[in-house]
Design a protein around this ligand. Structure first.
Ligand code: RIB
Ligand code: CA
Length: 314
């Protein structure tokens, strides 16, 4: 029985691999995708998402456009749209399809309320859409079996010394989600940086001979170029994390991650630490555990899963 999911994305290059993995996996039923401001602006994250589905021959997956800025604070410094890791528009043909009418937050609420409580949410961008849906209609919480999110970091940040990008861009939204009371699996940099995809892996993806394999190879090589130039992986030049795809693979096969069930909260006030996921591994806060936090990942298994799934066609 395939797991029903909704993917919430700020499509950039790793979101694109996550979207293709989710759409093509026989173990997942991708109910739809919602887009959010993040790697680039909402117009581009939405266009990029449409391009991905059209590229793999799945233009009927519903895409709904979401929040264009963070919930509470002003737009954090927008990453340079020409950032080498993502760019602004993906290197895919311009879309000829459009997003569905209606706002992503409203579609999330309507879809979850109408469901049998069997749709896992998989947010892999800033958590603005998810938090807005929870605030607008708290009744959806009873209908969410699990949230598997890419975001957070304990050992090191990537946007700042303290914080990972998805949490940092909208920390108020992230705090609402991690404290919502529903089961949460967090796929942070501590895990994604231990499941890298190399240039050799990209060659194997391209050798699959499928649209998804070819595009994934292209995006991985773009990411490797960007990471090697801006934030090289320690002792691993020529490889890069594909963060969001690991979160999707964790829904398919939870054993791809190693997790610990701990209290996690989000700093929203600190000058130097805003956006930090505060991980209480030693239970010093006396708070109950609320997050299954991934501390490690199985890199060979992750790459095998990508090849198995992206070798499929629609
Ligand atoms: O920090 C990595 C996360 O930020 C990924 O989801 C990437 O797509 C960006 O959104
Ligand atoms: Ca993302």
């Amino acid at each position: 029985m395939a797991t029903r999911i909704i993917l919430d994305v700020d499509t950039g290059t790793d979101d694109a691999v996550a979207l293709m993995t989710a759409a093509l996996s026989p173990d997942l039923d991708l109910v739809g995708a919602t887009t959010v401001n993040g790697n680039t602006g909402i117009d581009s994250t939405t266009e990029n998402t449409l391009r991905v589905f059209e590229w793999i021959g799945m233009p009927r997956v519903p895409v709904h456009r979401g929040m264009s800025r963070p919930m509470a604070r002003s737009q954090m410094q927008q990453l340079n749209p020409a950032s080498r890791i993502h760019g602004d528009l993906l290197d895919l043909p311009p879309s000829t399809i459009t997003a569905q009418p209606g706002h992503a937050v409203d579609w999330l609420i309507d879809t979850l309320l109408a469901s049998d409580g069997d749709i896992t949410l998989v947010p892999v961008g800033p958590l603005t859409n998810i938090a807005m849906a929870i605030v607008k209609e708290p009744a959806i919480l009873a209908k969410i079996p699990e949230i598997v999110l890419m975001g957070g970091a304990h050992d090191h940040g990537n946007s700042t010394a303290s914080a990972e990008f998805n949490i940092w861009l909208d920390p108020e939204a992230a705090r609402i989600v991690v404290s919502c009371g529903r089961p949460i699996r967090m796929v942070p940099l501590d895990a994604t940086h231990r499941a890298l995809v190399s240039a050799e892996d990209a060659s194997r993806l391209r050798a699959l001979g499928t649209p998804a394999g070819e595009a994934a190879a292209r995006f991985v090589l773009q990411r490797i170029d960007g990471y090697d130039a801006t934030q090289p992986m320690p002792h691993r030049l020529g490889a890069a994390p594909v963060h969001d795809a690991l979160a999707v693979c964790a829904v398919i096969d939870p054993t791809v991650l190693t997790t610990e069930f701990i209290p996690v909260d989000v700093e929203t006030g600190g000058e130097l630490s805003v956006g930090r996921t505060v991980c209480d591994f030693r239970f010093r806060s006396r708070q109950p555990a609320n997050v299954h936090f991934a501390t490690d990942a199985d890199e060979p298994k992750f790459n095998r899963m990508l090849r198995e799934i992206l070798g499929r066609t629609a």
